[in-house]
Ligand binder design. Structure first.
Ligand SMILES: [Zn+2]
Length: 398
């Protein structure tokens, strides 16, 4: 077992990793636009309970599932104190899930989708519920959760202080980079949220408990629990019905999952950051996935073997492309372009950005002065550097 300080094994990705990444994203964009162009169904929602791109095995039996012209899947669950609406993007755009907690007289929205068309469709769906939107929460600072915020710019948008700061610092760079990949499907503006403190707030007479979770899938993550509804909105600590995008360190991430698991009796409705709503059983699946990934990293000889191992271990999970996001980082030796292999120290190019790497011994190196774009180069949609946000440790391959 790898020691915690050596994990995750961010060996330096070379130019080939990035070109793989851009090819993948271009493919994704093409699929999304093709889907949008071929949609001539005039109805805004059609019943497709048994179909859809996103696995629905984990949804509670009482859930109603339909789909939107945008390609998003809508899951509606009725609880005692609230109706829970979850809008999940197609797997081709990461199966991002955003949520609407509908109480008697108001709506609370959580996360804003990645692509603007999906964000606008979520806004249209919320407006159709015909109740005032009290506020919008953003769970964490990864671009697939806040880049749709333009569609909610007229509303009160909140996030934990550190999340708001990260969005403020990284938003422009994220827009520039994602527009290069996705064009007009990425909004040109974003909302910097107002800071909210962890604690309990009341909206329409219903308590919302706000908790801060550190260093799981993201540096900082907001978890929202609604006790009267038996619902917990987990952000990206939970991926439901889909493979995980391994954007954080397995040990603190697993700890966060165990903390959530301990509340299973209170919160039977689990509203994830990716994938369709689940039950508390999803926690064990995520915990096992992370443990299996650690084993596979130690035993697999290349990215293909790693991916095959994960698919074999979790044959029922969708979004296999989630694994592709990290294999170039975990197994940079797969690179066929020898010129792209970085040295142990010196300058390394990430796209057009050149950064300095200083060797720090024992096969490790430190990337100094990491900016958001460089940090993002490690993770496609926001694989963050550990804790301080200013430097990250990588394993030199040269
Ligand atoms: Zn995410």
């Amino acid at each position: 077992m790898r020691s915690p300080s050596r994990y995750p094994r961010h060996r330096t990705p070379g130019g080939t990793s990035l070109s793989i990444r851009f090819r993948l994203l271009t493919l994704v964009a093409a699929v999304v636009f093709a889907a949008a162009c071929s949609s001539d169904d005039a109805d805004s929602a059609t019943d497709t309970s048994a179909e859809g791109d996103t696995p629905a095995e984990n949804v509670t039996e009482e859930a109603t599932v339909s789909s939107r012209d945008s390609g998003m899947t809508v899951t509606v669950q009725q609880t005692e104190a609230a109706t829970l609406h979850t809008l999940t993007a197609p797997e081709e755009v990461f199966a991002n899930s955003t949520h609407i907690i509908e109480t008697e007289n108001s709506l609370v929205l959580i996360d804003t989708q990645f692509l603007l068309p999906n964000a606008l469709d979520m806004r249209a769906y919320a407006d159709d519920l015909d109740k005032p939107i009290d506020r919008v929460f953003i769970t964490h600072a990864h671009p697939d959760h806040f880049l749709g915020s333009e569609a909610f710019a007229d509303l009160d948008v909140y996030a934990l202080a550190d999340v708001a700061d990260e969005i403020s610092a990284n938003g422009e760079a994220e827009i520039a980079e994602k527009q290069a990949d996705f064009g007009d499907a990425i909004a040109s503006t974003f909302v910097t949220p107002e800071a909210v403190e962890p604690g309990t707030i009341e909206v329409d007479g219903v308590a919302f408990e706000l908790a801060e979770v550190l260093d799981a899938e993201a540096h900082v993550q907001l978890v929202i629990s609604v006790p009267d509804a038996g619902a917990v909105v987990t952000g990206d600590i939970v991926y439901s019905g889909v493979h995980l995008i391994m954007a954080g360190q397995p040990e603190p991430w697993t700890a966060a999952l165990n903390d959530l698991k301990a509340t299973s009796d209170q919160y039977p409705f689990v509203l994830p950051g990716h994938g369709v709503p689940g039950t508390p059983e999803v926690y064990d699946t995520n915990i096992e996935w992370l443990a299996t990934a650690q084993e596979q990293i130690d035993t697999a000889t290349d990215g293909a073997e790693f991916k095959a191992g994960m698919i074999a271990a979790f044959p029922d999970l969708g979004m296999e492309a989630a694994i592709d996001f990290v294999t170039p980082l975990l197994f940079p030796d797969d690179d066929t372009d020898a010129d792209a292999a970085p040295a142990a120290a010196g300058e390394v190019a990430f796209g057009e950005t050149v950064v300095n790497i200083t060797a720090v011994g024992d096969g490790m190196a430190e990337l100094v002065g990491s900016d958001p774009v460089v940090a993002d180069a490690f993770g496609v949609i926001g694989l963050i550097p550990p804790s301080d946000g200013n430097s990250m440790t990588i394993t030199a391959t040269g």
